[in-house]
Design a protein around this ligand. Structure first.
Ligand code: AHZ
Length: 419
């Protein structure tokens, strides 16, 4: 139980009390913001500090053991993804895992340790959204210090109630298992304190922790001591034949290639930022950051697409709904063909009926229910107007054999059992 604290009246409109105070020092609990040598803090027990951190941190770990989205890496791509996703879907539990003590990746500086950050248009719109000022140079803009972008986006991301970040924590492995369709799916991350992860060669086995999530965004940067982590793991797990390897610098090719190529590289795993250059064999862009912002936002858009189309139970995808976004053009073309097939066959049946041909087999497997029940029996026949109606209906029936002596009468020889 925290001891009660009495706050000595402070002057209005300022937190700084310059006048000498008459602090009540009976129980040592008085606080005073006085910069003339009498500044007094509330008394505290050391264990209170420990408990305040432990309770919150481990509650977070407990709650986030099943997350909605895990973002691996808090560089410019990972943070841009977190911002867009967290803002668009405040209901999603988004957990960022960052191996370094300081989040931000390489975005604390521009190029060659210089501070200004160059962002090509139209990615300056993201800076507008974040309220990060810049100088306009025509095709690109310049933020006076890269840290202004990174500290701003970090503060906005961390202020979102649905986002938590665990830094000094490394993703050591991926959870890869069969999904409800029998396909290999990335279903979570395997984590450890980074200092532990860096010492597996010096200590005996130090087992990790896990976080499951239906969607993982990996944005671990290009190859380095930790970088391109998931791309490399895909290779060692046999899910990718080999790394494409980052190509030489070409700003004009690389930035659109990374943004447009940001995608779900294997079920459950969306890859963003420079990690994708290692996966795809794309060019690097060097010190221009619009591509990272665009790629992060595209990763968020891809994640949202999955959430719109998937049925998720306890952090696992158990099925998919139909959604216009979840189909490619070739999927739609295939569906159209499959849907049209029975009609094409039925057309043959109609033509056959009107030419008085004897019989057709297994023609139309659809819409059996629309045939009157008493006419679904073998041997039943109809003539006149009804026959014409039935001829139309028969386009959709699962009829094994139809006798058609003339265009005005239809006799059903036999009917499939499921009618
Ligand atoms: O610490 C890494 C960094 O903050 C973190 N990370 C890497 N492996 C991890 C792991 N677990 C947890 N196993 C991990 N975190 O991922 C972050 C990557 O940030 P980054 O700035 O290196 O990558 P980015 O893709 O966001 O931005 C790349 C910026 C570059 S590199 C480049 C060039 O070389 O040409 N140009 C630009 C703009």
């Amino acid at each position: 139980m925290a001891p009660s604290v009495s706050v000595i009246a402070q002057p209005e409109h300022t937190t700084i009390q310059l006048a000498k105070s008459n602090a009540n020092s009976q129980n040592g609990q008085d606080v005073l913001e006085d910069y003339t040598g009498n500044y007094q803090f509330a008394h505290i027990e050391e264990a209170q500090v420990s408990r305040a951190m432990i309770k919150r941190y481990f509650n977070t770990m407990y709650e986030r053991a099943v997350s909605d989205v895990v973002i691996i890496g808090a560089g410019s791509a990972g943070l841009s993804c977190a911002y867009h996703l967290g803002k668009t879907r405040p209901d999603l539990k988004i957990t960022i895992i960052e191996a370094n003590v300081a989040p931000g990746g390489g975005a604390w500086l521009g190029g060659q340790l210089m501070t200004p950050m160059v962002v090509r248009k139209p990615a300056n719109r993201f800076l507008d959204e974040l309220n990060v000022p810049y100088e306009d140079e025509g095709p690109f803009v310049v933020v006076k210090h890269a840290a202004l972008f990174t500290s701003t986006i970090l503060s906005k991301v961390l202020a979102m109630p649905n986002i938590v970040m665990m830094n000094a924590t490394a993703v050591e492995d991926l959870i890869i298992r069969e999904d409800f369709q029998g396909k290999q799916r990335v279903a979570g991350v395997v984590t450890n304190w980074t200092l532990v992860a860096l010492n597996h060669d010096t200590q005996s086995c130090m087992d990790p922790n896990v976080i499951t999530a239906p969607v993982i965004v990996t944005a671990t940067g290009h190859d380095g001591p930790m970088g391109a982590f998931s791309a490399k793991r895909m290779v060692s797990a046999g899910l990718l034949k080999e790394l494409g390897n980052m190509r030489g610098l070409d700003m004009n090719r690389s930035e659109p290639a990374i943004v447009n190529g940001t995608r779900e590289v294997i079920p459950g795993l969306i890859m963003a930022g420079m990690e994708l250059s290692e996966h795809d064999g794309a060019n690097r862009m060097g010190p221009t950051f619009g591509g990272m912002m665009g790629s992060g936002i595209k990763a968020a858009v891809e994640a949202l697409r999955i959430f719109e189309s998937a049925r998720i139970v306890d952090g696992k995808i158990v099925g998919f709904f139909f959604s216009s976004n979840s189909f490619s053009f070739s999927d739609v073309a295939l569906l159209f063909f499959v849907a049209a097939l029975p009609r094409v066959l039925c057309l043959r049946l109609d033509v056959g009926i009107f030419h008085g041909l004897a019989s057709y087999s297994n023609v139309c497997p659809l819409r059996a229910a629309s045939l009157d029940r008493d006419r679904r029996r073998p041997g039943s026949s109809v003539t006149g107007r009804s026959a014409r109606l039935d001829q139309l209906r028969l386009r959709f029936f699962h009829v094994q054999c139809v006798q058609c002596p003339d265009s005005d009468s239809v006799t059903i020889d036999s009917v499939c059992p499921d009618l």
